[in-house]
Design a protein around this ligand. Sequence first.
Ligand SMILES: [Zn+2]
Length: 217
Amino acid sequence: MRVLVITAHPDDADVHAGGAVARWVDEGHEVHYLLFTSGDKGHGDPAITPDELIALRRGEQRAAAAILGVPGLTFLDYEDGGLSLAGPDLVGTVTRLIRAEQPDLVLTHDPFMGPPRYADYQLHPDHRALGHAVLDAVYFRAPGPLYYPEQITGGLRPHRVREVWLIMGHHADHAVEVSGIREEVAAVARGPPLGGGSPLETRTKPRPRASLEARAD
Ligand SMILES: [Zn+2]
């Protein structure tokens, strides 16, 4: 099985689905991460520059992927916090990448939070925008040859994704058993830092297990 993990920021997939990713890798599935931003706004210290933050967060992401056993890691160059402002380019890019990767399963952000939270959509605009774009692309753009015909004439094939897993929602209906998983993998799922005492240490809450929602296509 080919799995495409599409997230907005470094650490999104590892913290919210690290156990599931490790399971897929251990079972021999092919896993590839697509990260639409490098998290270049995700820090409270005005003294750190976006370039420094990009280097730090990409380094942490590469270290986490290496521990989980994920060989494929692609960073796109969208600006952190800018996905909701990207316009139609975003879903076109997602469609192109899904057609290029031809995944069986896609894991991405649930654009909705669901009860019991006061808001019914993801408050982070990147999570909300990318979740919407991925679901739009999976549902009818990637499989429809008349959408983005220049991609088809350029050599890509239409593709229908069989299954989508959504992270970060509060209405999960599927869980992955991760008891007995390698301790180094559990450490990744508990969150950064991996390089020892980075300022990002307190940004991520511990999560003892991956909590995922599964929806069939
Ligand atoms: Zn994020």
